[in-house]
Design a protein around this ligand. Structure first.
Ligand code: NDP
Length: 294
């Protein structure tokens, strides 16, 4: 029987519905809408699309969107000065610096400048460290969304064997920590892992965050496993439009897996939904208010 499709679009829409209600409550209490500031440096076409979507969806859930576009030849100081201004701006509850930055700019230094209480991407040392320590913080959006999708199929991940392929700071590492926090037994795999196919075959929950189109084949998957495909890779097509594929060979995998996320329409929409969720959380927490999502 082919795998069930994990509908990231629908689940993200439901998350945004909860966020919209929280934003409404916060707006009544604050006297203005919670706000998310997005900084885009340069003209990277993919980043422009991401930022456009974020701005659109921020407005759709009833939050204020502050868009800051800086030229590609901006200085490090100009970016950091803008971040300082946003840190001090009461109307701004979340700050997102769209990555990657143009060559020559230091993303780590810029991220470090963001007030951790407004770091809705969860990338500052403070928030990354809180995930490691199991303390309350703002959790990176893509790993957070991936866990929500896994739990939509298996609400209790306790004792499940999760294999995470990829150990980036943005996705793989925090995802492995979040899965451990759910009491899964986690194996981390990466480019030096030996016999990756055999490691993947052990997974009840297989998460791919590699950036290699369709690397994970159908016969790497344990029958009935849940597959969370984080990868977004653009393949060239003869009509020049290109096609997005994940890190998992979807057509093969769906014949073996129990449930699988499509690309697009899986993890991608969850990333933005969790960004909006983090923004309402940040708005409440930095004022010492109760969880607006509860
Ligand atoms: P990185 O390039 O930072 O990390 C890739 C990881 O994959 C590394 O840990 C690397 O191992 C590992 N890897 C590379 N080649 C292999 C291989 N042959 N076998 C096993 N492991 C390998 O990528 P990101 O984590 O930033 O992104 C991963 C994918 O997720 C990309 O396709 C990206 O576009 C997508 N993505 C999607 C998002 C979404 O919203 N859906 C958000 C963010 C990313 P090593 O450490 O040993 O080098």
């Amino acid at each position: 029987m082919p795998a069930a499709l994990i509908d990231g679009k629908a689940i993200a829409k439901a998350v945004r519905g909860v966020v919209a209600r929280a934003a409404e409550g916060l707006t009544a209490r604050l006297g203005h809408k919670p706000g998310l500031a997005v900084i885009l440096v340069g003209e990277d076409p993919a980043s422009q699309v991401y930022v456009r979507n974020k701005v659109k969806l921020t407005a759709a859930v009833g939050m204020e969107s502050f868009e800051h576009r800086l030229p590609a030849d901006s200085s490090q100081a100009a970016i950091e000065t803008l971040i300082d201004t946003l840190n001090d701006d009461e109307r701004v509850d979340g700050i997102l610096l769209q990555l990657p930055l143009p060559d020559g700019l230091n993303a780590n230094a810029a991220i470090a400048r963001i007030d951790p209480s407004k770091d809705v991407d969860g990338l500052t040392e403070t928030n990354a460290g809180r995930v490691l320590l199991g303390r309350q913080g703002l959790v990176a959006c893509t790993p957070q969304g991936s866990v929500i999708l896994a739990k939509s199929v298996t609400p209790d991940l306790s004792g499940k064997h999760a294999v995470v392929v990829g150990r980036s700071i943005l996705v793989g590492k925090p995802l492995s920590l979040l899965l451990q926090a759910e009491n899964a037994t986690v194996t981390m795999a990466h480019s030096r892992t030996q016999d990756l196919a055999a490691v993947c075959r052990q997974a009840d929950i297989l998460c791919a965050a590699v950036g290699r189109p369709e690397m994970i084949r159908g016969d790497w998957i344990k029958p009935g496993a849940t597959v969370i495909d984080v990868g977004i890779n653009r393949l060239e097509t003869s009509d020049g439009k290109g096609r997005l594929v994940g890190d998992v060979a979807f057509d093969e995998a769906k014949e073996v897996a129990g449930a699988i996320t499509p690309v697009p329409g899986g993890v991608g929409p969850m990333t933005i939904a969790c960004l909006l969720k983090n923004t309402v959380l940040a708005a409440a927490r930095r004022r010492g208010w109760d969880d607006p999502l509860a």
